[in-house]
Write a protein that binds this ligand. Structure first.
Ligand SMILES: [Zn+2]
Length: 243
């Protein structure tokens, strides 16, 4: 069988498997490898100040010079993908970008979400296809809540979004970020595309309302009454301290 047909069948097959009933899909360029999100491609000059823990299912990356010396430094997308979230999520998050990636491993198409949080600036939009190494934003402090650092997660589970407290913070839902990248610097599939499900987060539901900037210092995500069928959805920073 010719290589081109193999990929077409693979995409159709996996696209079907990944489909959310009634959900939307997007076409993405397959990630042919992943790089570190700071000081691309290798993260030189940065260190992990906090790793993957039972309450912190990601990694915090800081510049070696310490303090806020890395404030405003560029944050890069780890691989080709599709932006599924790009906005101020308030609470302990601040400005968040999430990118959905399709990649080939062991002859199978797989998906992950990479999350970049506490950004000072967001430089991409939801719905955008972006490239490996493209700048998604800059390192920030989430309004002075933290010393500047990048909070970085990689999720197997495509439903988490910013609703992290609803999912187990373990390796059923997450990868250990720097290990994930180190093991996948070069992958097959360059130049190929794939279908991924989109609009998989609670926050994508019709009628979901984010708190307006400047208000709601307690950090509760409000839901528009009556118009939404998505049920109760609250995120409380005091229940979910691992930012
Ligand atoms: Zn963190």
């Amino acid at each position: 069988m010719q290589r081109g047909w193999f990929w077409i069948f693979l995409m159709l097959f996996v696209g079907g498997l990944l489909a959310v009933p009634g959900g939307n899909r997007a076409t993405v360029r397959v990630a042919e490898g992943f790089d570190m999100p700071i000081a691309k491609p290798n993260g030189d000059g940065y260190y992990m100040s906090r790793g993957f823990l039972s309450y912190h299912p990601g990694e915090d990356w800081n510049g070696v010079a310490g303090g806020n010396t890395d404030l405003g430094a560029p944050v890069y997308c780890i691989g080709n993908g599709y932006v599924t979230f790009a906005q101020d999520a308030r609470m302990g998050w601040g400005n968040v970008v999430i990118v959905r990636h399709a990649f080939v491993e062991g002859g199978q198409l797989r998906t992950v979400d990479s999350m970049y949080a506490h950004l000072n600036q967001i430089m991409v939009r939801k719905g955008q296809n972006i490239s490996r190494g493209q700048q998604v934003g800059t390192i920030g402090t989430n309004r002075g809540m933290y010393t500047a650092h990048l909070h970085f997660e990689i999720r197997k589970n495509l439903f988490i979004g910013i609703n992290r407290s609803a999912f187990a913070k373990d390796f059923t839902n997450y990868y250990r970020p720097s290990q994930f990248i180190a093991q996948r610097r070069n992958l097959p599939g360059a130049g190929q595309t794939a279908q991924v499900p989109v609009d998989t987060y609670k926050t994508d539901a019709p009628g979901f309302v984010f708190p307006s900037s400047g208000g709601d210092s307690r950090g509760t995500v409000k839901k528009k009454p009556a118009s939404s069928r998505s049920g109760n959805f609250r995120v409380n920073r005091f229940d979910d301290v691992g930012y």
